[in-house]
Design a protein around this ligand. Structure first.
Ligand code: PLP
Length: 432
């Protein structure tokens, strides 16, 4: 490392031992980082091609207000998403307030009283428990007479095909497949495995709507679940596809007929996609989507870097430092609440915004235990920006994700390590 950069890192509070661990780790990852760059290059071209084919022009950035009729920028953006994800249509809206909301709209657009929803990949993301009614909640799908069934993955992470076949009932209307492990400790699903599962379900009952919760998965691979048979994919714009620039929003992409139903559910029967003013937000949505492949690549490098460092220090990590990646989340089992808190403090201290505040564990809406969250983000709660969080429950796993640039991701991880070392919570080896 050159003297200038070394000096800068020292000024920012890293010790020579931590800097050296970072250097050695980065050198070991050169080949994998090249692979990530190549995938990002492909995805960048995929987005660019869609934008060119849709003839995106500066007029599309103009704001609309009121009802938002004839908002060509909004409508064209939805076509850019649809083309990029190789599907018929999309709904990309600021009025989809977050990922959970987008998923709720998608589920409640399709499911009707008496229908059943099946998750063949185990427990869904925490906030979905209240949407579905797994945990009692006012307004849940359960309150509307929609039942839910779940088949867990086998201990080795494989699909339990026998039990999935049994779980498909005459009233099974929809299947929800979560791509990312979220706050769970199962493996994240690759696009190709999602494809196998969808084929299995469609062979039994082709009319079942297969929805994929695509949160954290966009642009990690060169294909998306819509390339392998998913009827709908759903995600959050303050994660991967917003590229760090979208200040709000969610998307649903898939079959035209299903997207139409989602639009009727989001706005109103009869109105659908026709309303929903974009209020000047279009440019950040376009530009964020354009940047997303590169931002996701930086986040992936950061995740792998974290896995390698903490695995080297003897902590269980998921995924490990060697396997191929299917989302941008890195889980590290820190085993004590003190380490979890110190890790998050380090991430916070590395942030461009709110670097001087100290995160504390707190009860969060939608989560059933206290959660600590570190995020010095430009956009509140954005987890494509460098962020770390973890529920305060054994085994005190920190879920680490994001980083708008690889350099910032790297620094955040080193800062987390630094904080843990300073508090005597981890011993730094002479060599890794
Ligand atoms: C983040 C996330 C959600 C919910 O998205 P929010 O924007 O936080 O509401 C749902 N599913 C998965 C897998 C997620 O990672």
């Amino acid at each position: 490392m050159n003297k200038e950069l070394m000096e800068m890192y020292l000024q920012l509070g890293l010790s020579p031992a931590v800097i050296r661990i970072g250097e050695e780790t980065e050198r070991r990852l050169e080949e994998r980082f090249r692979e990530i760059d190549r995938r990002a290059e492909y995805n960048q071209m995929k987005v660019l091609k869609a934008m060119q084919e849709c003839r995106v022009n500066a007029g599309h950035f103009a704001p609309s207000s009121g009802y938002g009729y004839n908002d060509d920028g909004r409508d064209t953006l939805e076509q850019v998403y649809a083309r990029t994800f190789h599907c018929e249509d999309a709904l990309v809206r600021a009025q989809l307030t977050c990922g959970t909301h987008a998923l709720h709209v998608a589920l409640s657009a399709i499911l009707r009283p008496g229908d059943e929803l099946l998750s063949p990949v185990g427990k869904p993301y925490d906030t979905l428990e209240e949407v579905i009614g797994i945990r009692e909640s006012a307004g849940s799908l359960k309150e509307f007479g929609i039942s839910y069934r779940q088949v867990d993955l086998l201990p080795d992470g494989a699909f339990d095909y026998d039990r999935i076949r049994e779980a498909i009932r005459p009233n099974t209307r929809m299947v929800t497949i979560q791509r990312s492990k979220g706050y769970d400790s199962r493996p994240t699903l690759s696009v190709s495995r999602i494809g196998e599962l969808i084929r299995f379900i469609k062979d039994i009952r082709p009319d079942i709507v297969c929805m994929v919760d695509n949160c954290y998965g966009e642009f990690v691979e060169t294909t998306e679940p819509t390339d392998v048979g998913a009827d709908m994919i759903v995600g959050s714009l303050i994660k991967n596809p917003g590229g760090g620039l979208a200040p709000i929003g969610g998307y649903i992409a898939g079959k035209k007929e299903l997207i139409e139903r989602c639009a009727y559910r989001l706005t109103s029967p009869g109105l659908g996609k026709e309303v929903g003013a974009s209020l000047g937000i279009n440019q950040t949505f376009y530009q964020g989507f354009f940047m997303a492949p590169v931002v996701v690549a930086g986040a992936l490098k950061s995740a792998i870097f974290a896995a390698c460092i903490f695995e080297g220090l003897g902590f269980p990590v998921l995924p490990d430092g060697t396997v191929s990646r299917h989302d941008i989340i890195q889980a590290v089992e820190l085993q004590t609440p003190e380490r979890l808190i110190a890790f998050c403090e380090g991430i916070q201290a590395a942030a461009p915004v709110d670097s001087y505040v100290r995160p504390e564990p707190w009860a969060m809406p939608g989560y059933d235990s206290d959660v600590i969250m570190a995020a010095g983000a430009f956009v509140q709660g954005s987890s494509i920006e460098l962020s770390a969080d973890g529920p305060l429950r054994s085994p005190y796993t920190v879920f680490f994700q994001g980083g708008l640039t690889w350099y910032h991701g790297k620094f955040g991880i080193l800062k987390a390590l630094q904080r843990m070392a300073e508090e005597g919570l981890v011993a730094l080896p002479e060599t890794l």
